[in-house]
Design a binder for this molecule. Structure first.
Ligand code: FPP
Length: 242
């Protein structure tokens, strides 16, 4: 169930499609990877300031199931950035009381990265101030497909009665089972697409699209997006804001 029911409330769960790194770099005559490097700085900064703005859950789209189609150089560069981020930020996440989770299909990721991800999840599992979820090799349709497969297996083994399958059952089989639905989804860099991000979970989310590329998305940009959210009426299908 969406938890944030008042239009005045700040967004409890903010999810971000961090778009525009490549264009940001190309516009400056840099290679695309430099845009991702600057993007990591923005991730760090956003994690740091999020709790002060009432955010309890921050979910970021780091790598999609479609991103494998990029050049081998860019894919390898991104994977190296993820490994470095986990190694370098682990102590900071402990100091700042941030719980880190990963969603997406891990099976296609290399063993070393998977081990780092599991260690970080384990090390931070008792942290409470901010819940950071990193979507890595994530696609909303892929997540739903994997969930349906596991639901079918549960039915086949008689652990689940098909008549008892509800929306909550489906939510429980998704990678995000432990997370509330996002209240606000921000997409940077001018594209107005959802791009297979949180396909199930976004049913009642508010979207904010900004022109700013992710490498330039500083705290004041976050504040502007949160203000837009606060000015929206969330109705969840009712005739007035509930
Ligand atoms: C989209 O920009 C961005 C990505 C596919 C990668 C996002 C990754 C980071 C910001 C790295 C940091 C993440 C973590 C968790 C350390 P794009 O390359 O599609 O930009 P374009 O549309 O301008 O080409």
């Amino acid at each position: 169930m969406p938890k944030n029911t008042s239009p005045q409330k700040s967004a409890r769960h903010v999810a971000v499609v961090m778009d525009g790194n490549g264009r940001w770099a190309t516009a400056r005559g840099l290679e695309r990877l430099k845009g991702h490097v600057r993007g990591v700085d923005r991730v760090r900064e956003t994690v740091k300031v999020a709790p002060a703005h009432g955010i309890e859950y921050l979910t970021i789209f780091a790598f999609s199931t479609e991103n494998w189609k990029r050049s081998a150089r860019e894919v390898l560069g991104l994977m190296a950035l993820f490994r470095r981020f986990i190694r370098k930020e682990s102590d900071t996440m402990m100091r700042d009381d941030v719980r880190v989770r990963f969603v997406g299909d891990r099976l296609r990721l290399d063993k070393k990265l998977r081990a780092l991800m599991e260690d970080l999840e384990d090390r931070t599992k008792n942290n409470r101030t901010l819940n950071l979820t990193v979507a890595l090799n994530y696609g909303g349709r892929d997540e739903i497909t994997r969930a349906v497969r596991r639901i079918a297996q549960a039915v086949q083994s008689s652990a689940l009665d098909p008549d008892n399958i509800s929306e909550d059952t489906i939510a429980d089989f998704l990678d995000t089972a432990d997370l509330p639905d996002p209240d606000l989804i921000i997409r940077t860099s001018g594209e107005h697409r959802t791009s297979n991000f949180l396909t199930w979970q976004a049913a009642y989310a508010e979207y904010v699209f900004t022109q700013t590329a992710w490498p330039d998305f500083c705290e004041s940009e976050l504040v502007k997006s949160l203000e837009q959210y606060q000015n929206r009426d969330r109705r969840f299908g009712a005739s007035e804001a509930v």
